[in-house]
Design a protein around this ligand. Structure first.
Ligand SMILES: [Ca+2]
Ligand SMILES: [Ca+2]
Length: 218
């Protein structure tokens, strides 16, 4: 997840993005502020005074970022992880409907990372796909902002193209998490042969082994 901070009340201050886990400070905000024209009433003041004059806007912005800093302190450890699957890092955690993932050497590390994110945000794992049958690695935990609701049949998460994450026609078993169920399709974009109804898990992906290209969760 990327947090984008907008401060339209501060003219000339462009929105900027901060990854959770990034350490942000007042200094990093000020570096993103526009340079003040020479001779303007602000030209000679100190950084601290500048913060004061710009006033409530920056104060609010600063508190937002400081809050981010606080959550960053509790951010899950990504030590030793990779941003894509490798021969040694085959236990991945990914954002559904994006190409963003983080991969670990062990199942325990991947689960710890996912669990820490779940504990500190609305993000939840919906589905875990496994390349072999029998729930073995390589695996990928697919999560989304928000959990699956109690209501069944509505759509709580979407993954239109598993090829974006290197998982087209690959999964041979799956489980769901956080009370989600999954409906999978052979084609990307929910096309072609598909599960007749939403399922909780399958140890060998009956009917769609090595064929899943897209899915929805409920
Ligand atoms: Ca497979
Ligand atoms: Ca397919």
């Amino acid at each position: 997840m990327t947090v984008v901070i907008h401060a339209p009340h501060l003219s000339g201050l462009a929105p900027f993005a901060a990854e959770p886990g990034t350490s942000l400070s007042r200094t990093s905000i000020l570096f993103r502020m526009p340079a003040f024209p020479e001779g303007s009433f602000m030209s000679a003041i100190s950084t601290t005074a500048r913060l004061g004059i710009v006033g409530a806007g920056v104060a609010a912005l600063t508190s937002t970022v400081l809050a981010l800093g606080a959550s960053a302190a509790a951010a899950p450890s990504v030590t030793g992880s990779t941003l894509m699957e490798t021969a040694t890092h085959q236990q991945c955690v990914a954002e559904m409907d994006t190409t963003s993932m983080r991969c670990f050497q062990t199942e325990q590390e991947a689960d710890a990372y996912a669990n820490a994110r779940q504990a500190t945000s609305a993000w939840k794992v919906h589905v875990i796909l496994y390349d072999p049958s029998g729930y073995a690695k390589p695996s990928i935990r697919l999560g989304s902002e928000g959990k699956c609701t109690k209501k069944k049949g509505d759509v709580d998460g979407v993954q239109p193209d598993l090829g974006d994450l290197g998982w087209n026609d690959r999964a041979s078993s799956f489980v769901t998490r956080n009370r989600c169920d999954m409906k999978a399709w052979n084609g990307k974009g929910y096309d072609g042969k598909h599960f007749k109804k939403y399922r909780d898990h399958d140890i060998e992906l009956t009917g769609l082994n090595n064929k899943i290209s897209s899915f929805k969760t409920t």
